[in-house]
Design a protein around this ligand. Structure first.
Ligand code: SF4
Ligand code: SF4
Length: 306
């Protein structure tokens, strides 16, 4: 199987971009940067990022005999948005859980590789794999100051998935582009001061990390920064000029439901588990759970209790 065959198949399945890179160790600078992020505690309560360090730094440990990484991107930019007065959910979580959608779409590619005698392992934000790093290595785009993978001409509203395979495929050239000189729009737009000098995000401050991943009560001072955000934050995406030309996804699974788009403050505040499951059980919001959603909502509504 050739690299071109893989890319043609990926495009026919519906992926927006596909790049290939060699399975090898992560470079020392990127490892040091990640280690520093953890040593300084900027990962907040996300203890899982400290585990499987060896595997995270060398994807060959994910699959015996791994030779290549196939990195795939899928646009999730919504065609319809919540009204601004509603409690805001990040755009990536509007539709069906991307882990499942991506895996379902990646499966035919994996089957084709396996039919040609190669082993595969599918990774969608689940294995200890540095997906944005490998996407840059595979030529898809570059990692911006906002920590997102930016695909030139298309933006950053993309889910990433990676197939680790034993197939020896022709690699693409890494993307050598960077953020434009002097651009700091994402840092300036960040309501929480979580982005600095192109470093990895400070999860102790980032409203996306805090509303979705943080365990326990929100840190003091968070409530006054939340605005109307109840799950995630898109400010550093919205501010990025590369996203000006984002086009709506054609993946029906990522379309928000009418019931979700109609949710009001009161609907969120009075939500019980059955309603949460019906509205969010199939979406990424499920990860945070109803308790975290209500915690965030309470912080939004009762700023004066801080
Ligand atoms: S998601 Fe929001 S809080 Fe987090 S870095 Fe981006 S703009 Fe800042
Ligand atoms: S806003 Fe500017 S600095 Fe930030 S990621 Fe986009 S291009 Fe880079």
């Amino acid at each position: 199987m050739t690299a071109q065959t893989v890319k043609t198949l990926a495009a026919s399945i519906g992926f927006d971009a596909c790049g290939i890179t060699c399975a090898q160790a992560v470079d020392a600078e990127a490892i040091a940067r990640h280690d520093r992020w953890i040593a300084e505690g900027r990962h907040d309560t996300m203890e899982w990022v400290t585990r499987w360090r060896d595997v995270r730094n060398d994807p060959r440990l994910l699959l015996e005999g791994a030779r290549s990484l196939i990195v795939l991107a899928l646009n999730y930019f919504p065609s319809n948005f919540q009204p601004p007065e509603a409690p805001q959910v990040a755009a990536y979580a509007y539709g069906r859980d991307y882990h499942k959608v991506m895996r379902r779409m990646m499966r035919p590619l994996a089957l084709a590789l396996e039919a040609a005698g190669h082993a595969t392992r599918l990774c969608v934000d689940s294995a200890p794999l540095r997906e944005r790093y490998w996407a840059q290595r595979a030529g898809l785009g570059f990692v911006g100051r906002n920590n997102q993978l930016i695909i030139p001409g298309r933006g950053a509203y993309f889910f990433l998935g990676t197939i680790v395979t034993t197939a020896p495929l022709e690699p693409d050239k890494p993307c050598n582009l960077h953020c434009p000189e002097g651009c700091r729009r994402c840092e300036e737009a960040c309501p929480a001061g979580a982005l600095h000098d192109g470093e990895a995000v400070d999860a102790r401050r980032c409203l996306s990390c805090l509303t979705i991943e943080h365990q326990g009560p929100l840190p003091p001072g968070t409530a006054s920064l939340l605005g109307h955000r109840v799950f995630g934050c898109d400010e550093c995406l919205k501010a990025c000029p590369f996203n000006r030309h984002a086009t709506a996804t054609t993946v029906d699974d990522f379309a928000p439901s009418d019931a979700f788009l109609a949710l009001t403050d009161e609907d969120f505040a009075t939500m019980d588990q059955a309603r949460f499951d019906a509205l969010f059980g199939h979406t990424p919001v499920k990860r945070a759970g109803l308790a975290a959603l209500l915690r965030n909502l309470e912080s939004m509504f009762f700023l004066d209790l801080e």
